[in-house]
Each structure stands twice: as C-alpha cells, then as structure tokens.
Design a binder for this molecule. Sequence first.
Ligand code: DQQ
Length: 613
Amino acid sequence: MAIIPEMVLRRMVVAGSLSLSGSGFKFDLRNNLAPATVAAFRLTVGENEIAQERIYLSLAGQAGLYASQITAETPFQLPMNVLVTVQVEEMPQYPDRLRINVVTREAGSLQFHIGGGLSKVKSGRTNFWRRLAWRLRYQRRAAKVRKDPQHPHFHFAAPANWMNDPNGLIQWKGKYHIFYQHNPDAAEWGNMHWGHAVSPDLVHWQHLPIAMAPTPGGPDEGGCFSGCAVEYQGKPVFIYTAVFPETQCLAFGLDDLRKWKKYKGNPVISSPPEGMQVEGFRDPYVWRDQDGWHMVLGSGIRGVGGTILYYRSKDLLNWQYIGPILTGDLTRTTPFPTGSMWECPQFFKLGNSWYLILSLMGAGAFGVAYYRGDFVDGHFSPYSLSILDYGGRFFYAPQTFVDQSGRRVMVGWLLEERSPAAQLHAGWSGVHSIPRLLSEDAHGQLCIQPVPELASLRHANYHKDQVFLGELECLPEGAPSGPQLEITCSLFSGDAAEVGFVLLGGAQQETSTRIYVDSPRSMLVVDTTCSSGNADAPGRVAECPLVILPGHELRLHIFIDRSVIEVFANSSTVLTARFYPPDPESLHLGLYARGSGAALNDFDVWSLKDSNR
Ligand code: DQQ
C-alpha cells in the first residue's frame, strides 16, 4: 500500500474551517487524493479518543452519519472533492492536539494531525480560544458543583452557574426536552441563554449543548428570555421574548432539537399594543386549536395591575392583538396581593375549566397563583383565585405542557434562599421542581401530583402498616435515611397538637428541619429555621392551610433532595421549600408528635437514587 506523507494528508483539512460549534467544534475535510472506502473514522485529542457516537460526518447534499456507524461491513464512500463537515459534540481539554485516524480499504490506516490547520486560522482564532477557555471554566465549575453536597441529585438543575425558568417544554419523538433560562457565565441572573436537556422519562436527564444564545446585533442581543415550544408543520418552533426592548421572536429547530435557527423576520411582535402603558411584555405561551394559533403574554398596565395580553395568528408569523383577557388590581390585598405585573402565563383547559397560571411580580406580590374560569369567544371569566404552591417565592415561573399521552405536566423554578454572594461562591443557583401532573378530580378541584415515573428512583424501602407516634422516634437502624428520600403516609393527628417528621443533621444532630401538621390550626408547616445554622440561609416557617374533615386522613407525599423539600398533601396542595443542612449526608429521619393518639398509616420511606449526575 502506498505511504502517503502526513503533510499531504493534512491538506485535506480545509484551512480556516476549524471552529467552535454547539457544545464542541467542527472542521471540514476535502478529499483531494483519490476516492476512498472508509472503514473506520476516529479522532484523538492528546491521548484520548473521542467517542465515535459524538462525531457526526455530513457530506454536502447527503444524509450524515455518526462515526460509530462506519465499519468494515458498512463502510463510508468518500468521493473526491466533496466537502465533509465533521461535527464533534464535545469539547476536549486540549484541542490543539487533534489527530485523525482513518482506516481505508485502499490505503490502510492513515493518521494525521490537524494542528497545522488550526495555526492557519486567523480571524476566528481569538474567538476560538476565548470560547475554549470559557468551556474549560464551565467544565471545571460543573465538576465543583457536582461535589457540592447541597446540589440536588434527582431534581433537574443546570450543570453549573445560574438557571431559572423552565422553557420550551415539549415531548418530541417520544423524548422529553427541557430548556431553561441559563446564564452560562456565573451563578447570578443575566446574559440569558436557553440551556437544554433531554430525558426518556422526565426523571433521568442528559445535558445537551446550549440551544439558544443572544445574537449580537439581533433583537435578542440583550438576552433570550422565557417562552415555549410548539410543533408547526412537523417542525419544532420556539416562541420567546427577546430583550431589550422586549419583543416576541421565533426560532426553528432541527429534528433533534439541538440546533435552532432564528427567524430572519424577527421580531414577530415588535411592540406592546399601541397606546398601552405596559410594565413588562414577555413570556409567550402559545397553543393551537381549530381556529389557528393563540398566544397569551405576560404584562402589567402601569398603575393598574398585572394583565394578560391575548393575540391570534394563522401562521405563527403574523399576530393580531385581540385584547387583554384579564387585568388585576395592584391595590388588592385579599386573599393575597396579585402584583403589578404578571410573568410566565400558562393558559389551558383542564376538565371543565380554563386555568390561568400567573407568576406574580411587584407591589408586594410573590409566588404563583391561578385563576379558574370560563373562556368563551376570547373572553375569560374567572370564578376563583388560588395559590398554586405555598412555597411562596421558592416556587416560581412554572411552565406546563401536554405530553404525548395527553398528560398535563408542570415544572417550576425553585429559587435559592442563600445570599447572592453564597450562590456565586457555590458556582450554581436554581433547580427545577420535580415534574408534577395536573388534573381535575371528580369535584372539579385541581390535583397536583408527582409524576409516577419518579418511582424508578426508589431504592431501599421501609414500610409499616401503622406506626403510633411518641415524642421522638428515629427510624430504626437500616431504614432509609440520608439526603435523598421519598416518604408517603396517611397521617392521623389524634389529640396531638403537632405531628410529623424531623430531619436531624450534623454529628451532634445540631440541625433540625420539621415537616408537620399543626392540628389546631389545620396547617401543614415546613420549618427550616434550624436547618442550616448559617446566617446566609436563616430559613423560614412556611405554611399551607389543609382541609381535613373530622375522622379523615391526610395523605402526604414528601420528597427530600439535599437542599430541596417538596410536600404534596392530599394530591391537591403543594409546599416547596429550600433548606441548607451543612452536611446533608448526615440527615436522619425521625417521627414525632406533641400529644397523644397520632399515627401514620401505610407508611413508606424510600432512599432515592441519583438521576442526573
Ligand atoms: N424570567 C425571565 C423572564 C420571566 C422571568 C427572564 C421569570 O422572561 O419573566 O429570565 O422568572
């Protein structure tokens, strides 16, 4: 077989083509020697070989393939003078020592470096190295975050830095995709990108490259704020808010939802309705019915209150403003303040009612509320207003979507309690709630339940048909304890004034977190004031009213994940809290009652496995 000098082989790398792309890099090859039958294609970086399923080769005008699909039995025909783009979906630590190894039928194994190609990169060079340095910083920070004992292990969170609202939730070709507001540079809000992850089951998530970044000079130069994803003519589309000023934009996705192309005609809604003095104009929620596309947008009318603007369209590109579907009153204080601006609206029909979920902002309001009502001919007539999660400001900006089995699933953003400085120091901020199923029960009440898929995380189990509660009883040796737990039970208070669970932490059990029922007041309480012993996270007492009819039981379903607590009561009420035990590994579960006659029936505790590490 002819020996081809490396110098000659190197010329196949198209000069200047090496650049960063997606979560990795790409370069172009042009075979200028002779047609070749390629039986293997490998790339090594320094000493390490890149996994072949992360190398994607595409030939101009032909379907692409992964290097892992190229074998002696299924070789890849490489014609002469055709451009082949090699996309690598990971960023190696030392990309200056890239070596290609191609096994061809005609010339055997050929190896060559592409370092020379890189040295010819003039204009992109600085950018390349700048972005590379950024990636290395990000990876280092993600490695640090993984070691942080307070970083959740089965709740979805960004690998590092800041995350907030869930965006663009969609099930696409069977897989669940989550996008999220992400500042990839620091654990503080700003520079909004859309992070991305995929899951087969809403529980186990794989992080993917950032899906959308602000485009310099484009309408979203200041950031890609929240929005949703829909399917239009078989293709995925994002509708999101670009800033500043706030306008509504589109991006079209490729079939695997990894690459997004912003619509050239952006923005599709370039300003608030004429004559309106609005406070905020963002977070489109879009749905389709037989009459075409509908959009609700979060806003507020200055000096009046939060408002939801309603638009319609035939093609997602041209939108007609119909009017506000609801406007609040910023002076209102009962049953609770509803704020001066409403963010992240979600508007959908469930059972017989329409639900309008609002994230309340300004004028002393916080948290998430929902109206139930009728929506007829573009007019929404609400008949009730409720709180969606009693976690207050710790549960915010939830987004919902309907999956392929018709379930309405909701995910919210859980904020940190720690100080901004502590968040920056930790290198991460924000986590998402577990996915929650929304449905209506036979009485037309909203039910909120953890998705059943979470059961796949269950590990060691402790079960008791009935436990009578005394002053304080820790679970016996061998029963699940520790930082990741799921608890289910039916709770009877008997004559006890207070009954529930305590999570003791630390070598001397010096920290305690209590989740209990205050029977005289019919309140579910999560008390984190002694959880951390740290002034940066002083904790709080969060409460949620319970409706327990005399002689009836209270069904509790609790998830603990290092710094997250989610409590579901009777499948209808949820209280989300954050707590920061200094050493979550040392957490130990106890049961207690103040008073007599309290019992837990059908009591289970599981330790839960990691899902996303
Ligand atoms: N967060 C986004 C906005 C939204 C707010 C920006 C809610 O689009 O209104 O990060 O957290």
